[in-house]
Design a protein around this ligand. Structure first.
Ligand SMILES: [Zn+2]
Length: 119
């Protein structure tokens, strides 16, 4: 993978990270603070559903954030773009679309056939 491509992916990852962080901040502001104000029961139970959903999404964002951190770390270490299963290079075209990909296409197909904890 070319250095310029790597730099492009790195700034893409940093941008994704910043977006997630501001979303997290927004989440805390709207859900957690809002939750403390007094409301009638119907509204509260409705709010619980949306809060649970938001927490679920929040959890997914948190995992994505961890994967972004790992990818950025790998860029620093010069290990970015290597498949975590076979150690071979992940196709640059695939990384451009999915910079958080951890498996090359071949391994991904293998793991799809036989689900594993790597997924
Ligand atoms: Zn592989």
């Amino acid at each position: 993978m070319k250095h310029s491509e790597l730099e492009q992916i790195q700034s893409q990852l940093i941008e994704m990270k910043e977006q997630l962080l501001s979303k997290t901040f927004e989440f805390r502001r709207t859900h957690l603070e809002h939750h403390e104000s007094g409301q009638d029961e119907v509204e509260i139970s409705h709010q619980d559903v949306s809060t649970n959903l938001a927490i679920e999404l929040q959890e997914r964002d948190r995992l994505t954030l961890i994967r972004i951190e790992r990818a950025l770390e790998k860029i620093k270490l010069g290990q970015f773009g290597l498949c975590e299963a076979c150690g071979g290079p992940i196709q640059p075209a695939r990384l451009k679309i999915q910079p958080l990909a951890r498996l090359c296409v071949d391994c991904m197909h293998d793991y799809e056939a036989a689900p594993s904890p790597l997924q």
